[in-house]
Design a protein around this ligand. Structure first.
Ligand code: APR
Ligand code: PHB
Length: 392
């Protein structure tokens, strides 16, 4: 067994862990990231791709924005549709802000590539990661690598290990602090090297169910459709999905949907989840470890970034000035923003999907809300300001 010491032991090398590591290193704080998967696995995962200003500003502040500047697509509006009519949300005019389309995959690669120069150590393929004594003054983590057990003593443990990681499970919390809503459908996604059918994102509530047209670049498209939870990928040959996308976007998009071989296809379930106990002694949760939003609204990655913005501030205050107030306030500050993003993602999911349990009345409610939205700058502003991201 080996033993070493660091100031912050970060579990998980997804966007939350990587961003936190960089923000701490930028202030000279010692940290170490332990990640269960291989580097290739982490860099290959296809996830969402819409960044709020807050997230792009963090990358700019870190100077890890070359890829973002070169390949990020500035989007000044996006579209909600009722299947036939497009309602454009002019986010630039309504909020003075914009979002940037840049894949989480690319962002993760940039953060990993920038690590060595900034002395941010990432241990990939760390097995059996365990948390010890988080509620004491001498917490530590351990992991195995190449058959050797390593122990890391630290002052703080950051649980950035996603929804299935060990950090949340290390926190004893009553059910009254856990909130969950599962949705009776998932998103079937496809990534392909074909030009997008529309210059801006379109979220559509069509007769055949929800569909989203998104992109990664002028030559790479990302599409999703709503499918019942019982559906399997094997039920969806590529052509069946393209047929479906063609039907749903033909009335809405500037150009016909262009088909091409799938670079990736996957089905993701939709869930809302909040674990309110984000601190237990010296263990702090950030990102998907503490909360999940359905992808409607693209808040998952951005919420991970805002958690980490609060947490890094708190840790910098603690290590640089011995000020514990940021650590004390972390959970309250983070949850205030998390719940608002949960509300937005939930309400957009409800507005834009066909729920199997819904009857004619619920459908009329959706239609009335979309109709109201189409004619109301006030409601468009409310949606736009949530989409670009609420202030910290
Ligand atoms: N030990 C070490 N690492 C672990 C363990 C473990 N036992 N379990 C999970 N991890 C790693 C995962 O392999 C993953 O790389 O923790 C990381 C968590 O990353 P994400 O799941 O991406 O979560 P987060 O960093 O909070 O980012 C949230 O990313 O996953 C999307 O939809 C999500 O957009 C949201 C954002
Ligand atoms: C994506 O491009 O993958 C994407 C965009 C917007 C969303 C979700 C996913 O709301």
């Amino acid at each position: 067994m080996t033993t070493r010491r660091t100031q912050v032991a970060i579990i998980g090398g997804g966007p939350a862990g990587l961003l936190l590591g960089h923000l701490l290193r930028a202030e000279g704080i010692d940290c170490l990231i332990v990640e269960r998967q291989t580097r290739a696995h982490v860099e290959g995962r296809i996830r969402a791709g819409v960044l709020e200003t807050l997230t792009t500003e963090l990358l700019e502040r870190l100077g890890i924005d070359a890829g973002l500047k070169a390949h990020g697509m500035r989007e000044e509006g996006f579209n909600l549709a009722d299947g036939e009519h497009v309602i454009r949300i002019d986010i630039a005019r309504l909020t003075g802000k914009h979002v940037v389309v840049y894949g989480q995959t690319e962002l993760t690669r940039d953060l990993i590539a920038a690590a060595p120069d900034r002395q941010l150590e990432i241990v990939f393929e760390a097995g059996e990661v365990a948390i010890h004594d988080p509620d004491s003054d001498t917490p530590s983590i351990s992991y195995t690598k190449d058959g050797i057990v390593h122990r890391v003593d630290c002052a703080i443990i950051a649980g950035c290990d996603g929804f299935h990681g060990p950090s949340r499970k290390a926190i004893p919390a009553g059910p009254e602090r856990v909130f969950e809503r599962e949705y009776p459908f998932g998103w079937l996604g496809i990534l392909a090297d074909v030009p997008p059918c529309h210059p801006e994102l379109i979220y559509s509530n069509s007769e055949r169910g929800f569909a989203l047209a998104s992109m990664r670049s002028p030559t790479r498209s990302r599409y999703y459709i709503q499918v019942p939870s019982s559906e399997r990928l094997g039920d969806w040959p590529e052509d069946r999905l393209w047929d479906e996308l063609e039907r749903r976007f033909a009335p809405l998009a500037e150009r016909p949907v262009t088909r091409g071989p799938a670079l990736e296809m996957s089905i993701a379930p939709l869930r809302s989840y909040v674990f309110e106990t984000m601190r237990y002694g010296r263990l702090f949760l950030a990102g998907d470890a503490a909360h999940i939003v359905p992808p409607t609204g693209a808040k998952g990655l951005n919420l991970a970034a805002s958690d980490v913005a609060y947490l890094s501030d708190a840790l910098i205050g603690y290590f640089k000035r011995g000020d514990e107030s940021g650590l004390r306030d972390y959970e309250t500050r983070a949850l205030a923003r998390i719940w608002k993003a949960e509300r937005f993602s939930w309400s957009l999911t409800k507005l834009m999907h066909r729920f199997p349990e819904d009857g004619a009345f619920e459908r009329r409610m959706q239609q009335a809300e979309l109709d109201y939205l189409a004619g109301s700058p006030a409601m468009q502003t409310a949606i736009a300001e949530n989409y670009v991201g609420l202030p910290l």
